[in-house]
Design a protein around this ligand. Structure first.
Ligand SMILES: [Zn+2]
Length: 409
């Protein structure tokens, strides 16, 4: 055995970088996981996580509470072809997911059945083969100890733009400059979103966002995406990205699964404290939950967002978002005809909480519906939908600008 990087001692949150200076060159390529020699098992009173890697990688580990999770971030691990269920062999961990969280970083999240703290984390490198063996042991602790030591949101959202630190948005759009649109392809990375019939919502919405971007650019708009690839972006960061891009308008793009009823057809959602129906409420909750399960701590988020000033700003923005949603219903109906039987809905979607950027969430269709799935995977249908959204945006921008001019007089 060669170099060993290890920590010992009972602790619930540990930041550990296994990257020593001399290892820099060895860390350039993606590490691969040998699934046959990796897994999560019950060990003694605790849990053991073992990963057999093609090379050592820097990593950091911490725990999050409510629900209890172990979150390990790695520099450059390729998870493709690894089935989480095949790695989960014990009974003390109830779920496992892994995938990219942002460029150059991969994440593993282990759902714990109770309060377990990291007891040791060790990465051993075999000099003969160059392979690395990561062994992490967790031991049971009291719920109070676990909660006290769980990581803070700052640590979780490290490196991502913070909502409070960014510049205010530009002056309300009045038609005197190109409309700046931020498109938000839902989900991504460790959070694939809905999956039905071999279609992943995260992939489909990235494809559609790219297509829509082209259509909007040709119409003279400026367009930015909250993610350009299959990476994980927390909901709060999507808002921050829109602010940093000084967006005039924010469109979150989704194609979820609805377990309730047989929903079909495009649906436009705006933000509200009280959901328009049970299904909308569950949809919004599921999106927050996806963030939570991906390792984001939502517990302090409202401190940042639910500020009095922001509520005031939102009061001005809400009618503009409503008008945008109405325009989108009209535009999409014209373009693709088939809409949800109640195409205007609302719920507490976290991603729509920008105080001063009109924001709507578009369910372009539901992957749970066969008909929608066929539409969504048809490039010709998507082309029409993109044109409908373009027309809606242009119509809305025109009357919104007229209103802005009126307000100034
Ligand atoms: Zn979604």
């Amino acid at each position: 055995m060669g170099r060993i990087f290890r920590i010992f001692g009972l602790c619930a949150a540990v930041t550990l970088w296994a990257a020593a200076g001399g290892m820099a060159q060895e860390l350039s390529a993606l590490a691969r996981v040998n699934a046959a020699r990796s897994g999560v098992i019950d060990a003694g009173q605790g849990i053991e996580l073992r990963l057999d890697l093609s090379q050592p990688v820097p990593f950091r580990v911490r725990t999050l509470d409510a629900p209890p999770r172990l979150v390990v971030d790695f520099r450059e691990i390729a998870w493709d072809g690894i089935a989480p269920d095949a790695l989960l062999r014990g009974s003390r961990a109830s779920g496992l997911r892994m995938g990219p969280v942002r460029p150059g970083w991969s994440r593993l999240v282990l759902d714990l059945t109770g309060p377990f703290a990291v007891q040791s984390a060790e990465m051993r490198r075999d000099d003969a083969t160059g392979r690395a063996d990561l062994v992490m042991r967790l031991a049971p602790v009291s719920a109070a100890d676990f909660a006290a030591a769980a990581a803070t949101p700052e640590a979780v959202l490290w490196g991502l733009p913070q909502a409070v630190a960014l510049a205010p948005p530009r002056q309300r759009q009045d038609g005197s400059r190109p409309l700046r649109v931020v498109l938000d392809p839902g989900h991504g990375g460790i959070d694939p979103g809905a999956e039905r019939g071999g279609v992943r919502e995260a992939d489909l919405m990235l494809t559609f966002a790219r297509e829509l971007k082209e259509v909007l650019l040709r119409a003279g708009a400026e367009v930015a995406l909250t993610r350009e690839e299959d990476s994980f972006v927390p909901l709060e960061s999507r808002i921050s990205i829109a602010r940093a891009a000084r967006a005039d308008v924010f469109l979150s793009l989704h194609a979820d699964v609805l377990a309730e009823g047989h929903a079909t057809g495009a649906t436009i959602y705006t933000l509200s404290d009280t959901a328009s129906d049970k299904a909308s409420q569950k949809l919004a909750e599921r999106h927050d939950r996806a963030d939570l399960l991906a390792g984001v701590d939502l517990s302090h988020q409202d401190d940042v967002i639910a500020d009095v000033l922001m509520d005031l700003a939102r009061r001005d923005t809400a009618p503009r978002s409503d008008a945008l949603a109405d325009a989108l219903v009209a535009g999409l109906r014209q373009a693709v005809e088939h809409m949800h039987k109640r195409p205007r809905q609302s719920a507490g979607f976290s991603v729509l909480k920008s105080p001063d950027i009109p924001s709507v969430l578009i369910e372009l269709g539901f992957l749970s519906s066969k008909r929608d799935r066929e539409n969504l995977t048809d490039p010709e249908w998507r082309r029409k939908a993109a044109q409908g959204i373009r027309d809606a945006l242009l119509n809305w921008a025109q009357s919104d600008a007229a209103q802005a001019t009126l307000l100034r007089k």
